[in-house]
Design a protein. Structure first.
Length: 257
């Protein structure tokens, strides 16, 4: 169940974004369904992406591929319905406004036990980091130019940039998604804290748990070992949950597309 957590988190964000875009056109295109399959039409009603996909991501702009599912596998198409990649991935994430998108495949060991491996593709469909048996065993989508990854022989997470270079060395046993704004929640020596992009601690490593983290807003509840909860929004600490939640509502943050 643990190994599916990253995929489920992607679904959570995608569902949130889709709910806010489902009643209209996005940059001139609208998702439609026919016979249980999905496609896109333009403002004149002309079909631009045929309704032939089992699932179809949200359109964001003409230069960003759309994730699509066909015959139980995922791949990417452009805004005209042309293939950007083949349909060979077990799962594919959106680009979330970044240069690279996270993809994953399922493999089997000698005992027929399944496991996932992760890689990244660019908007031309090229795998900057190939998805194979020796690629990342855990990875998150890019956020603010960085992505949290764990190599197949590593115990800890580090962060790579969109050139695939490890810019924050592997040292964290767990992460919460990645950088939302300028900060990321990470776990080290069994305690949670928050770092900036230079690895400098922004919030001391003093929390036993981080709950209710929302990658759309950066909202999180950090709990000490004594059970005291502190309320955060990105890098800012609030005195009460009410104050934090009212600030979130006032921002009207748009979910990650």
């Amino acid at each position: 169940m643990r190994k599916l957590s990253l995929l489920l988190l992607c679904w959570f964000i995608l569902d949130t974004a889709a709910a806010q875009q489902s009643d209209g056109y996005v940059n001139g295109l609208k998702k439609v369904a026919k016979g249980g399959k999905f496609g896109y039409v333009d403002s004149s009603g002309k079909v631009v992406v045929p309704c032939e996909y089992d699932d179809l991501g949200d359109f964001t702009d003409s230069k960003t591929p759309i994730r699509a599912k066909k015959d139980r596998n995922w791949g990417y198409v452009d805004c005209k319905g042309e293939k950007v990649t083949g349909f060979g991935y077990y799962y594919a994430c959106p680009f979330y406004g970044e240069k690279l998108a996270l993809v994953c495949d399922m493999y089997y060991d000698a005992n027929s036990n399944s496991y996932f491996r992760y890689g990244y593709i660019d908007k031309n469909g090229k795998e900057l980091i190939k998805c194979n048996e020796k690629s990342y065993k855990k990875a998150y989508p890019f956020s603010n130019g960085l992505a949290a990854v764990k190599k197949h022989k590593e115990k800890n997470f580090g962060f790579i940039d969109d050139n695939g270079e490890m810019v924050i060395k592997p040292q964290y046993s767990d992460v919460k998604w990645g950088f939302v704004g300028d900060y990321a929640w990470v776990k080290k020596n069994d305690k949670w804290g928050m770092i900036d992009k230079t690895e400098k601690p922004h919030v001391d490593f003093m929390y036993a748990e981080v709950r209710n983290f929302d990658p759309n807003t950066g909202s999180a509840d950090a709990v000490t070992k004594e059970g005291v909860t502190h309320y955060f929004l990105k890098g800012k600490k609030f005195n009460t949950k009410k104050d934090r939640d009212e600030t979130v509502k006032g921002q009207h943050d748009t979910p990650i597309p």
